[in-house]
Design a protein around this ligand. Structure first.
Ligand code: AMP
Length: 280
C-alpha cells in the first residue's frame, strides 16, 4: 500500500530516506481524480527513476473565483489505490493550510510564456501554478519531475521557471494519453453529459484536420477560422482559442519559428476542454 504523507516535514524525511538509500527520485504533481494520463506519468517516472512520489493537491491559487474549485472531483482513497497498483512509493496529499500557512507571502510569476492563450483567458491561473509547483519541486527535491503535454503551455512555463530559478530537478514532458476516440483524458471529462461526449470527441478530430491543412500549405488565418466555425456548428459554446502557434513561444509563428503547435480551449456546456497537437 502506498504511503500517504500529509506534512512537508514527513515529505522531506521520506525523500531524504530514499536519498540515503542512493535511490533516484521521480515526482508527479497532480490535482487528483486520477486517470490513465496521470498513471502514465507515474509509470514513466518509475521506469526512469528508482522511486516515485505523486502529489495530490487541488490548488486554490490556480482557480479564479468563478471557476470549479469547489466542485473539482476529490477521491483520495481511490487515487491512493490506483497509485498502489502502479507501484508509486508515496503520495503527498497536504491540506490547503499546510501548503499555504497563514504567513505565506511568496508569489512566483513568469513574464512572457504565460501571456498568450491561457494567460489571456485565465489571467491569474499560471501564477497559482508556478507558485505551487515551485514550492512542491523544492519540497520534494526529486531528480526528475513529470508533466503532461496535455497542459502544453504549463509545461513550457515550468521548464522556463526551473531554468530561471536553478531548481535542480529535470523537467520532463510526457505525451497526451487519449481515449480511443481521440479525446484527451482529463479529470474534467467527468463533468460531460452523455450527449456532450461525442461532441467532445470532435475537438481532437478538428485539430487533426487543422494539422493536415497546415501541412498542405493553407493560410493559418483560414485554417483557424474554419476550425472555430466547425466547433460552433457542432455545439461548442464560447471558444477561447483554436490556433496555430510557435511551439516554444506560443506566439503567432514568425520566420524564426522552428516547430508549430495547434492549441485549443473551448466550452462544451459548462465544461472547458483543452487540447493540443503538433502541426509539423
Ligand atoms: P492535473 O491533475 O489535471 O493538474 O494534471 C496533473 C498532470 O497530469 C499534469 O502534468 C497534466 O498535464 C497531466 N495530465 C493530465 N491529463 C493528461 C493526459 N490526458 N495525458 C498526459 N498527461 C496528462
Amino acid at each position: 500500500m502506498v504511503q500517504i504523507l500529509k506534512s512537508p516535514e514527513d515529505l522531506r524525511a521520506y525523500s531524504k530516506s530514499l536519498r540515503a538509500q542512493n535511490k533516484t527520485l521521480g515526482f508527479v504533481p497532480t490535482m487528483g481524480a486520477l486517470h490513465e494520463g496521470h498513471l502514465t506519468l507515474a509509470r514513466t517516472a518509475l521506469a526512469e527513476c528508482d522511486a516515485c512520489i505523486v502529489s495530490i493537491f487541488v490548488n486554490p491559487k490556480q482557480f479564479a473565483p468563478h471557476e470549479d474549485f469547489d466542485r473539482y472531483p476529490r477521491q483520495l482513497d481511490k487515487d491512493a489505490d490506483l497509485l498502489s497498483t502502479v507501484g508509486v512509493n508515496a503520495v503527498f496529499a497536504p491540506e490547503v493550510d499546510v501548503m499555504y500557512p497563514k504567513d505565506f507571502q511568496t508569489t512566483v510569476s513568469l513574464s512572457e510564456v504565460t501571456k498568450p492563450l491561457e494567460g489571456e483567458f485565465r489571467p491569474t491561473h499560471f501564477t497559482g501554478v508556478s507558485t505551487v509547483v515551485a514550492r512542491l519541486l523544492l519540497l520534494v527535491g526529486a531528480d526528475k519531475a513529470y508533466f503532461g503535454e496535455k497542459d502544453y503551455q504549463q509545461l513550457q512555463l515550468i521548464k522556463q521557471m526551473a531554468k530561471d530559478l536553478a531548481i535542480p530537478t529535470e523537467i520532463i514532458g510526457v505525451g497526451i494519453v487519449r481515449e480511443k476516440s481521440g479525446l484527451a483524458l482529463s479529470s474534467r471529462n467527468a463533468y460531460l453529459t452523455t450527449e456532450e461526449r461525442p461532441i467532445a470527441d470532435q475537438l481532437n478530430v478538428i485539430l487533426k484536420t487543422m494539422a493536415s491543412e497546415f501541412k498542405s500549405g493553407a493560410a493559418i488565418s483560414d485554417i483557424e477560422r474554419r476550425a472555430a466555425q466547425k466547433l460552433s456548428d457542432i455545439g461548442f459554446g464560447k471558444i477561447d482559442y483554436i490556433t496555430i502557434r510557435d511551439a516554444e513561444t506560443l506566439l503567432p509563428p514568425t520566420e524564426e519559428t522552428k516547430s508549430h503547435r495547434i492549441l485549443a480551449a473551448a466550452f462544451l456546456g459548462k465544461t472547458r476542454l483543452i487540447d493540443n497537437i503538433s502541426a509539423d
